[in-house]
Design a protein. Structure first.
Length: 275
């Protein structure tokens, strides 16, 4: 039997569960009935572009090559550009030009070219100023996924240097300390931090499992956390410093919600030292 490959569309929004994401799925499947739409997340915090960018960047390397759509778009209906980015891996990313797509593009080998979605023939016949996910992004993504249009046909080329980029997170290392920041608070309350194993090694050398570190998160009192591979290596309720599944520094609490307990949010400054 000949193997067939159905087109894949990974789909992320901050729309929640009130029907908007399903409406976009319906538009995509009406145009491209064979598409496999993978719902990455529709519970991104409202308007939280950095959160959406983090999740999209973390998820897309594990998706099949395809056309991937992300909509966290507080500037919908304004002069912000609707965007398509072609990546080195062969994927096309669709969404607003507000920084949401660039981290994912970097995780897929980098952005090779970009185009503004100006070809109205690829949009729904009637469009609104408040639902570009349905009216512009979804139909363009579906047409690209099914091969009904070429990337070059979606609109004019854009200089990659003109794309909106999110501010780079703070990460500084010195002998015996790391100054970093919270980049994302996940649904378990774990704090993902800027930096990874190389920054940890530059600051502290090779940390043994169980080595204690002091973390000052925002204005909170110092928190003692053991460095370990995973949560179960510390007692229930204890804090753990670890390298997460994306290679980032992270701190969490075994079977607890660290983020909620200290009111953590992206952008909070974090100082890591050895006691």
């Amino acid at each position: 039997m000949r193997e067939t490959h159905r087109p894949v569309i990974a789909f992320l929004t901050d729309f929640g569960l009130d029907g908007a994401a399903a409406t976009c799925r319906g538009v995509m499947l009406a145009i491209c009935p064979d598409a496999q739409v993978i719902d990455v997340s529709h519970t991104v915090r409202k308007f939280a572009i950095r959160d959406g960018a983090f999740i999209f960047r973390s998820a897309l390397p594990f998706m099949p090559v395809g056309v991937h759509l992300a909509v966290v778009d507080p500037g919908v209906g304004t002069a912000r550009r609707p965007l398509a980015i072609a990546t080195t891996r062969g994927d096309v990313l669709i969404g607003p030009d507000n920084g949401l797509l660039l981290p994912a593009a970097a995780a897929l080998g980098g952005a090779e070219s970009a185009r503004e979605l100006t070809n109205r023939e690829l949009w729904l016949p009637q469009t609104t100023a408040t639902f570009h996910g349905r009216d512009i992004f979804a139909p363009v993504a579906a047409r690209l996924a099914c091969g009904l249009t070429e990337f070059e046909a979606v609109g004019g080329a854009i200089d990659l240097d003109s794309l909106v980029a999110l501010p780079a997170p703070t990460i500084r290392t010195a002998d015996g300390r790391i100054n970093t920041e919270v980049t994302y608070v996940d649904s378990f309350g774990n704090l993902r931090l800027a930096g990874g194993a190389s920054e940890l090694a530059r600051a502290f050398g090779e940390l043994a499992d169980g080595a204690l570190c002091s973390l000052v998160i925002g204005q909170q009192p110092a928190l003692m956390a053991a460095f370990a591979a995973s949560f179960g290596h510390v007692e229930v309720g204890a804090a753990v410093l670890y390298i997460d599944s994306s290679g980032d520094l992270a701190v969490g609490m075994n079977q607890g919600d660290l983020g909620a307990s200290i009111g953590a949010s992206p952008g909070m400054q974090v100082l890591i030292e050895r006691p």
